[in-house]
Design a protein around this ligand. Structure first.
Ligand SMILES: Cc1ncc(COP(=O)(O)O)c(C=O)c1O
Length: 373
């Protein structure tokens, strides 16, 4: 499927989209041609670059079904976007934030850092008898101001039911923040259906884009809840009018972008997103989950050799499949695979595979054979 779009070296089996994705051919081409343009005519056509910036926002808005493109900002990375939320809200001593005990450090440290304001961070345990959503919702009390979760957990691959958590947040009148870096571009998300207030994702994983340019979605109604921590020319209503000493904040999410955009990253991401939209998220999601299902079934059937970490239920995983060998230490297995040019990641003492929609089935078979040898 769209194999001509991928020019990965044939010797490589790339099962690491949950870390950093290879670029599609068109993304590499877009960066090359942007570099040539910069070198030959500089920013003569800057207005076209701004159009590309708008095109990226429009493509992201469509991808997450935002109510308006005005709810989309482009920031540096997921961690920055989480910090914009955490340090934008006004906290009172005794407030709490609910996260989970499986979060990537970026969605834990920033909340823990609010302890200096008397804010408690509560990590819902996801491995008990209750469903993950029940465990999260059970942590909410009258002092909870916000729930912040990853849509898919980076190490276990557990996929959360965002609709359920979003509905509970709405019921309790609290904010809902979702780090979608491990799902955006792999499986669908609708920010309106799951009632998210803040959503963020860098481009370098399932979106197959570059590092350092990230989606930040802020629901229009939540925009004024965030006090800004950074200021500059780009975030004001009349950006580009340097002669007017008076200014007011942009009414759109551009208010979160204080200065010059990452134009190289934007050109790259624009190309990657165009591929995703051409194929369509339903088709991508089908292929991603078929690939992970194939691996899940394999590890489930080989219980004497491997321990499967990722939940095998149909709606409980996206593109990540994590396992542990019962006979070979993880570090050794990872090194053995790396020597065979199988690119994957050790996470939490286990091996994480993360093939994308275009990963051929025969490559998965080759890797599974290697595991047996
Ligand atoms: C769930 C999750 N959030 C955030 C990040 C890091 O995001 P960034 O580098 O864009 O801040 C990662 C990276 O692995 C991740 O898995």
């Amino acid at each position: 499927m769209f194999t001509s779009e991928f020019i990965l070296d044939e010797s490589i089996i790339y099962l690491n989209h949950a870390a950093v994705s290879p670029w599609p051919r068109r993304t590499a081409d877009a960066v090359t041609s942007f570099a040539r343009e910069n070198a030959s005519i500089g920013a003569r056509n800057y207005s076209a670059w701004v159009e590309t910036e708008h095109a990226v926002k429009a493509q992201l808005s469509r991808l997450i079904n935002a109510a308006s493109v005005n709810e989309i900002a482009l920031l540096k990375n997921t961690s920055e976007a989480l910090s914009v939320v955490a340090y934008g809200l006004t906290w009172m001593p005794g407030d709490n934030v609910v996260i989970t005990d499986q979060e990537f450090p970026s969605n834990r440290i920033v909340w823990e850092s609010l302890a200096k304001f008397g804010v408690e961070t509560r990590a819902a345990g996801l491995s008990g008898d209750a469903s993950p959503e029940e465990a999260i919702i059970a942590c909410i009390d009258t002092h909870t101001r916000l729930v912040s979760v990853s849509s898919v957990q980076y190490a276990t691959g557990l996929r959360l039911d965002l609709e359920k958590i979003g509905a509970a947040c709405r019921e309790h009148g609290i904010l809902f923040c979702v780090d979608v870096i491990q799902s955006l571009g792999a499986v669908g998300i609708d920010v309106q259906v799951c009632r998210a207030d803040f959503v963020m994702a860098d481009a370098h994983k399932w979106l197959m884009g570059p590092e350092g340019v990230a989606l930040f979605y802020c629901r229009a109604e939540a925009m004024d809840r965030l006090e800004l921590q950074q200021y500059g020319w780009h975030m004001v209503e009349e950006a580009g009018n340097y002669d007017n000493p008076a200014w007011r904040l942009a009414v759109t999410a551009r208010r979160f972008e204080c200065g010059s955009p990452n134009m190289t990253g934007i050109h790259a991401l624009n190309a990657s997103l165009s591929l995703i939209h051409e194929i369509g998220m339903p088709a991508i999601e089908t292929r991603v989950t078929e690939n992970s299902r194939y691996l899940l079934d394999y590890f489930s059937a080989q219980g004497d050799k491997f321990q499967l970490i990722t939940p095998a239920g149909d709606h409980r995983h996206a593109g990540i499949v994590t396992f542990r060998s019962l006979h070979e230490p993880t570090e050794e297995l990872h090194e053995r695979l790396r020597k065979k040019n199988v690119i994957c990641a050790p996470r939490g003492g286990c091996i994480r595979f993360s093939p994308h929609f275009y990963t051929p089935r025969e490559q998965l078979d080759r890797v599974l054979q290697l595991l047996q040898s």
